[in-house]
Every structure is written in structure tokens, then in C-alpha cells.
Design a protein around this ligand. Structure first.
Ligand code: 6PG
Length: 240
């Protein structure tokens, strides 16, 4: 079970983005060594990523020590409109002093299985070991989203990847029109501080089910090693 779980309700998506930016900048600022961040894709985190590149967060972030990873990726070229890498590049990486060596995108050339194997190697090389040690989480901060069907990263309901506990990265073919590359649960759980960012009325039902531990929803099965924060807006989590 995560050491601690809490729910933080933001007024609206803008407030949610500010709260998340403060949370990340504070954690990164308090770290001493390199700092690994796993980014979620989709639309919710875009404003957060933009904020991190702007004052006051731009000045607060130790850019040279932060490494950027992706929790999942669509198997499309990096300049494709659906690319999570492209979204982060436009919102953050092209607007902040991020060393190129600190950016670790999923390479989407070759075929999905090759891309998954290559990204698994990227993670293992950064981590410096072939197996994850619960005492030494891979990520310092991990951001996750929640889909209307309760998916997170590219872990979709009813897919066999939900049972994958050996591989770090898997290719998902057939669940969506485009193939996906996703981190598996063991890697998503190897995180000191994990936050789900959830906004909008269309997430109200899946969020309620996840918070009620409905394991049919993949997001409900994420049990991070460290802190788990639900950063939600009032649309998604109406005051009870
Ligand atoms: C992706 C994401 C995915 C996303 C959820 C929520 O590649 O799409 O990683 O897991 O976080 O689908 O997406 P929204 O924030 O756009 O609602």
C-alpha cells in the first residue's frame, strides 16, 4: 500500500495546474541529486507543463538535475499531433533550459515491440540495474492521468498487460487505433511521489470508482511505493 494517500481538490483546471506545479517544484527543489520525473500524456497536464517553464516555477526548478521520462507514448512519429513527446516538447522542453541529455523520450521507430524493448533499456540504464529495488524507487515524481474508462498510462481495462509483472515496458496493439508503448505496474509503482491529475465532469464516475478501489479500473490497481496524491478539480470530485 502507498505510505500515504491524499486527495487535493482544486477549484478548476487552472488551479489544479498551479497546485501540481508547486508540488513538483517543491519536491525537485528539496532534492540533492538527480531527479527523475515520469510524465503523463493526454490533455490534462498540458497547462502544468507550460507553467513549469514560466515564472515563478522556471526559476525554482533545478533543470540540470531533472530527467524527463514518459509513462506512455502513442506509437506515432515525434512530430505527430498525437505524440505525447510533442505535447511536452511544445509545452515545456522547448521553453525551459532542459539539457538535451536529460530528455528520455520513447523512440517510436521500428515496430512497437522494438520500441518497448528499447525504452525498457533506457529505463534500466538510467536506473543502473536490471531489477527494481523497493528501497530505491526509479522515479522521484510520477504524473498519471485517468481516462473515462479508468485507464492510466496505456493500461486499458481487460488487457493482458495488467498482469505483467516482469517486463518494465510493454507494447499495446489493438486497444486503440494507434499502437501504444506503456510502462507496466511494477515500474509505475517504483515512485517516491505519484500524483494523478484528474479534471472534468467526464472523470467523475471513473474517479469515484477508482477511489472506491474498483479493481476493474486499471488506475485503481496502481499501488506506488511512496506518496499517492489525487489532484482533482471540483468538476471531477464534487464536494461530497
Ligand atoms: C495518454 C495518457 C493517458 C491519459 C488519460 C487521460 O497517452 O493519453 O497517458 O493515460 O493520461 O487518457 O487523458 P486526458 O488528460 O486527456 O483526459
Amino acid at each position: 500500500m502507498p505510505t500515504q494517500t491524499r486527495i487535493e481538490v482544486a477549484k478548476d483546471p487552472a488551479d489544479l495546474a498551479h497546485r501540481a506545479a508547486r508540488w513538483i517544484a517543491d519536491l525537485a527543489g528539496r532534492s540533492q541529486d538527480r531527479f527523475a520525473v515520469s510524465l503523463s500524456g493526454g490533455s490534462t497536464p498540458r497547462r502544468l507543463y507550460q507553467l513549469l517553464a514560466e515564472p515563478p516555477f522556471r526559476e525554482a526548478m533545478p533543470w540540470n538535475r531533472i530527467h524527463w521520462f514518459w509513462g506512455d507514448e502513442r506509437f506515432v512519429p515525434p512530430d505527430h499531433p498525437d505524440s505525447n513527446y510533442r505535447m511536452v516538447r511544445e509545452a515545456l522542453l522547448s521553453r525551459a533550459p532542459v539539457p538535451a541529455a536529460n530528455i528520455h523520450p520513447v523512440e517510436t521507430d521500428g515496430d512497437p515491440a522494438m520500441a518497448a524493448r528499447a525504452y525498457e533499456q533506457t529505463l534500466k540504464t538510467y536506473y543502473g540495474a536490471e531489477t527494481l529495488d523497493p528501497a530505491r524507487p526509479l522515479f522521484d515524481v510520477e504524473l498519471l492521468g485517468l481516462g473515462p474508462d479508468g485507464h492510466t498510462a496505456s493500461l486499458f481495462p481487460g488487457t493482458k498487460v495488467l498482469d505483467e509483472r516482469r517486463r518494465w515496458v510493454a507494447e499495446i496493439v489493438g486497444a486503440k487505433p494507434e499502437a501504444r508503448i506503456t510502462l507496466t505496474y511494477p515500474v509505475l509503482e517504483s515512485s517516491r511521489h505519484t500524483a494523478f491529475l484528474v479534471a472534468g465532469g467526464d472523470k467523475r464516475e471513473p474517479l469515484a470508482r477508482v477511489l472506491a478501489h474498483d479493481r476493474e479500473l486499471p488506475a485503481a490497481r496502481v499501488q506506488p511505493l511512496g506518496e499517492l496524491v489525487w489532484l482533482v478539480d471540483e468538476e471531477a470530485y464534487p464536494d461530497r
